[in-house]
Design a binder for this molecule. Structure first.
Ligand code: F6P
Length: 609
């Protein structure tokens, strides 16, 4: 338990980023969180505690009455949730020629996929046809692997939206971009704004509107901020909506898969659930109902993190696996399997991880996944996601250095879990379980025999109500699992030394947002100018000592394409800037120091020459 003084200094730290001018001109979603400044030096228990505090900020009320930021519980946010939920209700009551489209890039698109499937399933229960559709930049392959480049294309976004909505007369479009930044989503919102007789656009993100990205978008006449401003003008007439509470900087700077993904899930599930309840059981969509829904998710945070010791144990094991060049495998059932696959896929762009370091598999594979394009396994080994694939391809070489995490609920086939666990235990003793049960439905006692002490079990109180409310239980399990898996994969990479202070120092610069973020990191740690940072980044990226005229003047999109081929670009640029050495010397220095954090730290404190 933290002492009083520690708690006091933490709440001061929490307020720090709310003060005017904090890390200006960065938007909140790109800032570094004062709570996690030393996370790179923390052990598993402290890592989880810091994540708990950062995640708690999602639910924080207004700290000051005149705070410059809206929060999740702010009156205006609740009002907007209510209005959008009413639109959902209206569509569900008269769904002919209607569509609700959820769209985003990276994690935002993956959450769009998850929600669209969940709410179509709820409709199926009521014998209603699907009304939801999802779009993810880069298509279905982006559900499982990192596809960052399509995020930069507004015209592609608009085109996919147009194709998705052919023949529809009334479309509620929900564009998710945590940073109010993705050109792909900007193109879609612009398309909606130009076709308001059919489309009602809703923008979801976690920066105030004046922090929406304002740099020019290649080959497009508007910036994201200009699109946002057009939407602001339409709020009054309810022809467009913006849902943008601030949830604070991410624990790992810019890693919007964490709080951004969580807040997206909480906001959208709350409004969709209320829309469904109104349509199917005539319950009123009011202020109180919205607050109750958000509070239920806040309670999920408390319950999940009440398991801090157990969770820290799993983080420690996963970290050890990565340190020893082993792997972490998630074996999940149903949507918790999807949560595992999503979490694993995010580690590649976030930490510069190898796609094989952390991998997710789910029972039933693509037939259970229910994605638009069906079975993608022919696209390559990283698209093999069935437990069967794990058994065929991974199990034979599984060893003690690997961590295998089973993720299931009391509603899943326990015999299936047991059978798989027995096989895995023949290969490694490092078998962990994350599982959810609820009052009146407990696991058989042999679950303890199978997983021994390595079991992180949460017993939930199911929401009282009808069958739709049992879906709410599953949504809460998903969120709880998301928090745990984010903690495991983030913690494991921190323990492996992939994070410096609270920055993902080895990120891949595969789109314009990541390119700018990388230069910002170089500026922050070396004090260089933007131009110096950019030149060093490009030299590291093309692995050259001098930039050719063509390289120096090419468009960012060429650089971000090239970035797919290069490793350790940002750390190399950092060493070059800090020590004045050549690119090849920097690469040699880094290769002698396999732990990126230590190499960077040594360079910045000039211990290593
Ligand atoms: O560009 C990569 C990325 O940062 C992903 O990690 C993230 O999920 C995605 O962009 C979407 O970001 P946003 O929701 O801010 O558009």
């Amino acid at each position: 338990m933290p002492g009083q003084q520690e708690q006091h200094s933490r709440s001061r730290a929490a307020q720090e980023w709310e003060s005017p001018g904090y890390e200006s001109p960065l938007p909140v979603t790109e800032q570094s969180n004062p709570l996690s400044r030393d996370i790179d030096r923390a052990g598993p228990g402290q890592i989880v505690r810091v994540l708990q505090e950062c995640d708690a900020e999602v639910f924080q009320g207004d700290l000051e009455p005149d705070s410059q930021y809206k929060r999740l519980y702010s009156e205006s946010v609740v009002q907007t949730l209510k209005k959008v939920a009413e639109r959902v209700n209206a569509i569900l009551k008269d769904p002919e020629d209607c569509l609700i489209v959820l769209s985003g890039c990276g994690t935002s698109g993956r959450i769009a996929f998850l929600l669209s499937n969940t709410f179509n399933r709820i409709l199926a229960r009521h014998q209603q046809r699907p009304v939801y559709s999802y779009i993810i930049a880069g298509g279905d392959r982006a559900l499982l692997t990192s596809q960052e480049a399509p995020e930069d294309s507004p015209s592609l976004g608009a085109q996919v939206l147009k194709e998705t909505c052919v023949g529809k007369k009334n479309v509620l479009f929900i564009g998710i971009t945590c940073g109010l930044s993705a050109p792909f989503v900007a193109g879609q919102l612009d398309f909606c704004l130009n076709n308001l007789d059919t489309f009602t656009p809703v923008l979801v993100g976690f920066n105030p509107a004046h922090m929406a990205r304002n740099e020019p978008i290649h080959g497009w006449p508007h910036t994201f901020r200009q699109v946002t401003e057009r939407m602001l003008d339409m709020l009054e007439t309810q022809r467009a909506f913006i849902l943008n509470p601030v949830v604070g900087p991410e624990a790992i700077s810019g890693s919007s898969r964490m709080k951004g993904g969580t807040a997206t899930k909480v906001l959208l599930e709350s409004l969709l659930l209320l829309g469904h309840r109104a349509a199917h059981t005539h319950r009123e969509i009011n202020h109180q109902a919205i607050l109750d829904c958000i509070r239920a998710y806040e309670r999920v945070h408390e319950i999940t993190y009440s398991k801090i010791e157990d969770l820290a144990g799993v983080v420690g094991k996963a970290g050890m696996s990565l340190q020893k060049q082993g792997h972490v495998y998630y074996l999940g059932w149903r949507t918790l399997g999807v949560m595992g696959i999503i979490d694993a896929s995010e580690c590649v762009p976030t930490f510069g991880a190898d796609p094989w370091d952390i991998r997710g598999f789910m029972s039933g594979g693509f037939s259970e996944m229910n994605n638009k394009d069906g079975n993608l396994s022919s696209l390559g080994p990283e698209f093999s996601i069935d437990h069967k694939d794990f058994m065929d391809n991974i199990l034979p070489s599984l060893g003690e250095h690997d961590t295998v995490i089973f993720i299931f609920t009391v509603d899943d086939d326990f015999g299936d879990v047991e059978k798989l666990a027995d096989q895995v235990k023949l290969k490694t003793s490092n078998v962990q379980a994350i599982c959810h049960e609820h009052r009146g439905h407990s696991f058989p006692t042999k679950v303890n025999d199978i997983f021994l002490s390595n079991i992180l079990k949460i017993n939930w109180i199911p929401p009282a109500g009808d069958a739709d409310d049992s879906f709410f239980m599953r949504l809460q399990w998903e969120l709880s699992t998301k928090w745990m898996l984010n903690a495991i994969s983030t913690g494991a990479h921190i323990l492996k030394g992939k994070v410096y202070k609270n920055y993902m120092i080895d990120l891949k610069v595969t789109n314009s947002k990541l390119y700018r973020r990388a230069i910002g990191i170089l500026q922050r740690f070396t004090g260089c100018s933007w131009m110096q940072g950019e030149r060093a980044l490009l030299k590291a990226l093309y692995r050259v000592e001098e930039l050719s005229e063509e390289m120096a003047t090419a468009d960012v999109s060429r650089h971000t394409r090239a970035a797919n081929m290069s490793d350790r670009v940002v750390p190399t640029a950092l060493v070059v800037l800090q020590t004045g050495c050549s690119v090849s010397q920097a690469q040699a220095q880094l290769s002698e120091c396999p732990v990126i954090r230590d190499a960077v730290e040594a360079c910045l404190t000039s211990v290593c020459h």
